[in-house]
Design a protein around this ligand. Structure first.
Ligand code: NAP
Length: 284
């Protein structure tokens, strides 16, 4: 059997961004603002790197990006005050709060505070809940990215067997519900699932978001399946240098699957593109 087709997240993201550039220009011609305000609390390196990349990504499609930096001594009420100020602002059309937040700050309370119309990461409980009602408000970006990547393969979702490995609130559960809405037959697994490979081997669509390197080997995959790897793990290579891998043993699975998404260059760039698309949608 030939090697799987690679689902190129960067190429798919590029097409989305071309469309967004046109939509942003159209909004600006109508005198409408497209502006994303992000809140970064404390000096977490990963979050700062994400904020820098986000600023570049917004700039590339014409979205204005403003970063609000708060000290790591900020209390929950300090952060809520900033979110409230952004909720009320007429010029701010989109809001996101970078994770992690300082110890003692309840992320749920902060996310619940973001106006659901400006919540471009789709983390407000109202937006997450709307997925169950089939209302496509602002859907969590990674879940959207996964669905776009699955759809890009042309697979018929209705009646397909799908397995979602990992069931977090922000990735695994929303993906499972979106697949259910597309009338796939969905199984959700977690760290306690027994004989997981017996379930995954039945899957026409296999999405993994566990954060465990090499979890999904060729033995877990059905011939011809669509495999989407959400995992981002930092591991030491044979040369002792750190590199980023997903949950999938890419080399092994490539010989079995019909389609497979790589890490890096898969779900990551598409998640950024979906965040930009949500930002434009919020402004529209
Ligand atoms: P999370 O909140 O830690 O959830 C992980 C989920 O995986 C939990 O449901 C956990 O089950 C399950 N799990 C852990 N080990 C498992 C195993 N051996 N078999 C089956 N399920 C297992 O993580 P998350 O935020 O969803 O993120 C998951 C991964 O995706 C991470 O690597 C993260 O970095 C990555 N990620 C990537 C993007 C992107 O844009 N590409 C975005 C978000 C996240 P229990 O609850 O039973 O422990």
């Amino acid at each position: 059997m030939a090697d799987a087709t690679i689902i190129d997240g960067r190429a798919l993201a590029g097409k989305v961004k071309d469309d967004l550039t046109r939509r942003v220009t159209a909004l600006q011609r109508q005198g409408k603002n497209v502006r994303l305000d992000a809140v970064l609390v404390g000096g977490d390196q990963g979050a700062r790197m994400y904020a820098n990349n986000q600023a570049k990504a917004c700039g590339a499609v014409g979205i204005e990006y403003v970063l609000h930096e708060l000290p790591d001594t900020s209390s929950e009420s300090d952060i809520i005050a900033t979110v409230d100020m952004l909720n009320e602002s007429k010029v701010v059309t989109a809001i996101m709060v970078h994770m992690p937040l300082p110890d003692g700050v309840d992320a749920y309370e902060i996310q619940a505070r973001i106006s659901s119309d400006k919540d471009v990461e789709g983390v407000n409980p109202a937006n997450i809940g709307n997925i169950v009602f089939g209302k496509r408000s602002l859907v969590p970006c990674t879940a959207l990215a996964v669905m776009e990547m699955i759809e890009s393969t042309g697979i018929e979702l209705q009646g397909a067997r799908a397995v979602c490995v990992g069931a977090s609130t922000i990735v695994g559960k929303p993906v499972a519900v979106l697949l259910m809405q597309a009338e796939a037959t969905v199984t959700s697994t977690n760290a306690h699932t027994k004989n997981q490979e017996l379930l995954t081997r039945e899957a026409d669509i296999l999405v993994t978001a566990a954060g465990v390197p090499n979890l999904i080997t060729a033995e877990f995959v059905k011939h011809g399946a669509v495999v989407i790897d959400v995992g981002i793990n930092r591991v030491k290579g044979k040369d002792g240098k750190k590199r980023t891998v997903g949950d999938v043993d890419f080399e092994g699975v490539q010989g079995i699957a019909g389609f497979v998404s790589p890490v890096p260059g898969g779900v990551g760039p598409m998640t950024v593109a979906m965040m930009l698309r949500n930002t434009v949608q919020a402004a529209e």
